[in-house]
Design a protein around this ligand. Sequence first.
Ligand code: CP
Length: 337
Amino acid sequence: MMTFQGSHILSVSQFDREAISKILSVSAQMAPYAMRQKRCHVLEGAILNNLFFEPSTRTRVSFGAAFNLLGGFVRETVGEENSSLSKGESLFDTARVISGYSDVIAMRHPKMHSVSEFAQGSNVPVINGGDGANEHPTQALLDLFTIQSEMTPHNKTLDGINITLMGDLKHGRTVHSLSKLLSLYNDVNITMIAPNELQMPDNVISTLENAGHKVTLTDKIEGNLACDVIYQTRIQQERFASPDEADLYRGHFSLNKEIYRQYCKDHTVIMHPLPRDSRPEANELDTDLNDLDNLAIFRQAQNGVLVRMALFALTLGVEDKLTQYEKPITWHSNKNI
Ligand code: CP
């Protein structure tokens, strides 16, 4: 199995099934701390530097919350304009300097492979929070954790999963990373619904097909939603040449309660990495689904805290010390996601 301690987390390609199993099991151990049933201060004194050079809500805040939940301190730089990258400093120099101020770094950047370039200059572990349209490995891990936990009540596992990915599969880094991780499991049946121009990149399809999985490419919703999991995505306007070009595709594959009732199975779980685009012209996941038990999107986002806590514990080598550093909760808390 890969060595986690001291390692960068840059791509899902660095994981095998054993490593993923370890991450998911440590993630599950984080639930009592994330749900405020107990505290854990195993990272007391440690410093996370969160460097986010592209907008984010979930990834940035959940990285920070995850580190705080393990007792560590968080420092943040948000926006390239607030960093000396805007003065021409290289990613290497920035990494070398920031790693001197940190025990671990989480980074998001709009350029593909930029986080790997940054990691070459870092003396501490760097975790990729999304690099352009390339990868979003921590999202894929939390997606796997979510699929596993949502399927357990239905006696289903990641092996044999029947999943439909929808939307902007060309630019959506979360679906690239998730597909690569799913390729490690057995008998995955994966349907990809997208306009032809926004279909999944060939290299991702090849990874799945070479691993023996059934991949169906289509631009039609009808007949393709009777699956275990629908993974809906947003049109990634920021990756198009212009907003006008993105407009051509917005609203094509909106999912609402009527479509769900018509085409899905009783147990079909709906996921989305979020943010969903709730503007009327897009509305890929209608708010009329909000009262559906099988809408897993908020549980999915919450699972991001568990998975990121696990990655910090593993990369900093404290995953076996959690219970030694527990404390009771002293305040009222009724967390219920
Ligand atoms: N899923 C995700 O990456 O969300 P943010 O862009 O809000 O971090």
